[in-house]
Write a protein that binds this ligand. Structure first.
Ligand SMILES: Cc1cc2nc3c(=O)[nH]c(=O)nc-3n(C[C@H](O)[C@H](O)[C@H](O)COP(=O)(O)OP(=O)(O)OC[C@H]3O[C@@H](n4cnc5c(N)ncnc54)[C@H](O)[C@@H]3O)c2cc1C
Length: 367
């Protein structure tokens, strides 16, 4: 992976060999992930019912009835939560896991408040084709937001390009040829020069660390493979940060984007959701092992306290990055360049960044 910015002051390259791995990470399209998760569920031998319908209302035992915007209302039975679906079916559950995304109805129906703000950025996403195969992830920070080129196999890559909302409207409606030109410029020398390879090597501040250098330390800057054409529609999404004030109440937990949404600049949204799911499954298994009620708030709070702390830290880091790259001011640009070069040449730091970003290690506060 190569990360650099428009100032030409620095770049960082990460290589799977830096951490003795085969790959740094995988870019998986949402539809592929959905299909394989569904087939995993279908192939398990525990009892399951899959409803292809949407949630209309939930009633929690300790609460009065809560009703969706469609106006339906219900009441809970015994100590379970009651869920009503828009196909007329209803069910009772010891635990409701709200995994229904940033606009979570479960969160809303449970009256869980959120904290957050909108970024003055939208992201255009699309799939593009190259003339050659792309095996590398590329990210360049531009004055109005980062552009990422993420390989998805063969000669195709996905683009996630954050920018001013007005620019997003214009770039979403420009001709395909003009859009491809704009992408190639953004990933090459548009907005500023290429970083000079090895500009900080040889007698530089990091040279004393050379003995411990990683495989990618001496890799020079490369220009990403050119995009030849668009391979999908373009879609634009407004970007925001959102955090649920609480992740758990009796018979309810929130996971994934229902609990937190972040800026996509580091591609951490899905990793955070996976870490939530892993932690929740561990807590439920511990509860089941000792005969606890899996909807009990004391059990669910163990999930909340572990994940809330880790998610807030990641959100603060990503928000800090977003803000640091919203400023074009020489002293800040130099500080950012130092950070890039620190990550490029200080091998222990580089290995730690790879471990945290790939979700293999918890951030230092939580180890
Ligand atoms: C522009 C952009 C680019 C991004 N790029 C990346 C990236 O490169 N890497 C990365 O890791 N993350 C990225 N993210 C973040 C990532 O998309 C989210 O973190 C991730 O999709 C969250 O998964 P989720 O399952 O929690 O929620 P979602 O993916 O939103 O899934 C929620 C599901 O719940 C369903 N649902 C909602 N309401 C109901 C209801 N009432 N009844 C039944 N079902 C319901 C929805 O249909 C949906 O299928 C990006 C986000 C944006 C906006």
């Amino acid at each position: 992976m190569q990360v650099w910015d428009y100032t030409g002051l620095g770049y960082t390259r990460y290589n799977a060999r830096d951490v003795d791995a085969d790959v740094l990470g995988c870019v998986v399209e949402n539809k592929v992930l959905h299909k394989s998760l569904l087939s995993c569920i279908q192939n398990t031998d525990f009892q399951k019912t899959i409803h292809s319908s949407r949630l209309s209302s939930i009633t929690f035992p300790a609460m009065s009835s809560v009703t969706s915007s469609s106006g339906t209302s219900s009441s809970a039975s015994g100590s379970s939560a009651k869920l009503e679906l828009d196909n007329g079916n209803s069910m009772y559950a010891k635990l409701v896991v709200g995994a229904d995304g940033s606009k979570s109805s479960v969160r809303e129906l449970a009256r869980i408040q959120t904290t957050g703000w909108k970024y003055s950025q939208s992201a255009i996403i699309c799939t593009v084709e190259h003339a050659v195969e792309n095996f590398c992830a590329w990210q360049r920070f531009l004055p109005n937001g980062p552009i990422a080129l993420l390989p998805i196999g063969e000669k195709f890559s996905n683009i996630v390009w954050s920018m001013d909302p007005k620019e997003a409207v214009d770039r979403n409606s420009m001709s395909e040829d003009d859009f491809v030109k704009a992408v190639n410029l953004a990933l090459d020398d548009g907005y500023g020069p290429h970083p000079r390879s090895k500009s900080f090597e040889g007698g530089n501040v990091f040279s004393w660390l050379k003995a411990d250098s990683t495989s990618s330390t001496h890799e020079g800057f490369e220009v990403p493979p050119k995009v030849t054409k668009l391979a999908s529609h373009r879609m634009a999404f407004p970007l925001s940060l959102m955090h649920a004030n609480s992740y758990a109440s009796k018979r309810l937990v929130l996971i994934g984007d229902a609990a937190h949404t972040v800026h996509p600049l580091a591609g951490q949204g899905v990793n955070m959701g996976f870490a939530d799911a892993l932690c929740l499954s561990k807590v439920i298994a511990e509860g089941v092992a000792v005969g606890s009620d899996i909807g009990e708030i004391t059990l669910l709070q163990r999930y909340e306290s572990e994940r809330k702390a880790a998610n807030i830290t990641m959100m603060a880091i990503l928000d800090g990055f977003q803000k640091a790259y919203s400023i074009d001011f020489m002293p800040i640009n130099v500080l950012r360049a130092l950070a890039f070069n620190g990550a490029q040449y200080i091998s222990p730091l580089k290995r730690k960044i790879i471990s945290y970003a790939s979700g293999n290690k918890l951030l230092p506060l939580f180890t």
